[in-house]
Design a protein around this ligand. Structure first.
Ligand code: G3P
Ligand code: CA
Length: 336
């Protein structure tokens, strides 16, 4: 029998909304995730020029908005180094919220999700406040608490340009009644120092994101030589447990794959994390074969079932309905 850390069923997080069905990070994507039954909705957060938090995966927005077709913004196209990588395009920190609101979202991966392109140009870019409003309104309407799962994107970079994410995030959450360890929220980051800072300012639940390669960007800046691989060791997890309550892990960290895209045996990461009191949430599950291991081509349900049987505490999915059907069946069968 699968056993989560708390004994409750694993949570389902609508990754960037129900982004398999609607352009990501739009109110339409979040609303659909809720309608499909997601427990939490996930906005990645970046800042506007006037310090408003908005939902985008990157601060460079040409891949997911129609900014390139706005003649009035042609001269905002520029080249920046973000987290050590050269990027050319349009950046949220160069736009006021009022300007951002003139843009429309578009499908990020039209080659894999051509059916979603019918929504291109229909939805605006939501603020964190609008996402909270939606979650709280829907919670009251359907009688089920919809949590939010915000991620600070590029926190070191935003701090370096005078637009720290942490203060507006905490202020917005406080103003909307999110308080204490049981509030329906998880705050996540791939960086470490901003989570450590947040842990001194809030009791809200914090999640250390762990990638399958590389290292937290703030470690490059501070000269810390540790990588994500070091953070998943017993001592790395113990360190994380001092400031966070959960880890959000790349799925390959739990089930690695070989060079032919076939799954290998599970690692001990869930057991190790639970041993120091950390919940384990796994990302990112998507239905398309492009994202599925060889073992589960055309069978995303099989991949979910395998992971859910490894005692994980939550799943980030672009298709919340697919995971929920599997989770509910396992619950009926007494497995989750
Ligand atoms: O935050 C969990 C997962 O979303 C991390 O990946 O790149 O989609 O933000 P990303
Ligand atoms: Ca994310």
């Amino acid at each position: 029998m699968a056993k989560t850390f708390t004994g409750s069923s694993p949570i389902v997080i609508g990754h960037r909304g129900a982004s398999g069905y609607r352009p990501e990070h739009t109110l339409a994507a979040y609303e659909l995730a809720i309608a499909l039954g997601a427990d939490y909705i996930e906005p990645d957060l970046v800042s506007t020029k006037d310090g408003i938090l908005i939902a985008r995966h990157e601060n460079e927005i040409s891949e997911t908005t129609d900014v390139a077709s706005h003649a009035e913004f042609t001269n905002r196209r520029t080249n920046k180094i973000i987290d050590g990588e050269s990027k050319i395009g349009w950046f949220t920190e160069d736009f006021t919220l009022a300007e951002i609101k003139t843009l429309k979202a578009k499908e990020r991966i039209p080659q894999l999700r051509p059916q979603n392109t019918i929504y291109d140009g229909k939805f605006t870019i939501p603020t964190l406040q609008e996402i909270i409003d939606l979650a709280q309104m829907k919670s009251a309407e359907i009688g089920r608490i919809i949590g939010i799962y915000p991620e600070t994107k590029c926190p070191t970079y935003f701090k370096s340009i005078g637009l720290s994410l942490e203060e507006p995030l905490l202020a917005t959450l406080a103003a909307n009644g999110y308080q204490g360890a049981n509030a329906p929220i998880f705050i996540q980051s791939f960086e470490v120092s901003n989570l450590q800072y947040l842990s001194t300012k809030t009791d809200l639940t914090l999640v250390q994101l762990l990638n399958a390669s590389g290292k937290p960007y703030d470690f490059f800046i501070s000269g810390d030589e540790r990588t994500y691989t070091d953070l998943i060791t017993a001592s790395g997890l113990e360190e994380i447990a001092k400031y966070a309550q959960a880890v959000g892990i790349h799925k390959n960290l739990l089930l690695p794959k070989d060079s032919t895209n076939k799954l290998l045996s599970p690692t001990s990461l869930v057991t190790d994390a639970h041993a120091v009191g950390l919940l384990v949430h796994v990302w990112t599950f998507r239905n398309e074969d492009f994202f599925l291991p060889l073992d589960f081509q055309s069978n995303p349900q099989g991949e979910y079932e395998l992971f859910l049987n490894l005692n994980i505490d939550g799943v980030f999915s672009d298709y919340p309905d697919t995971i929920l059907a599997v989770r509910d069946r396992l619950i009926r069968e007494g497995i989750n």
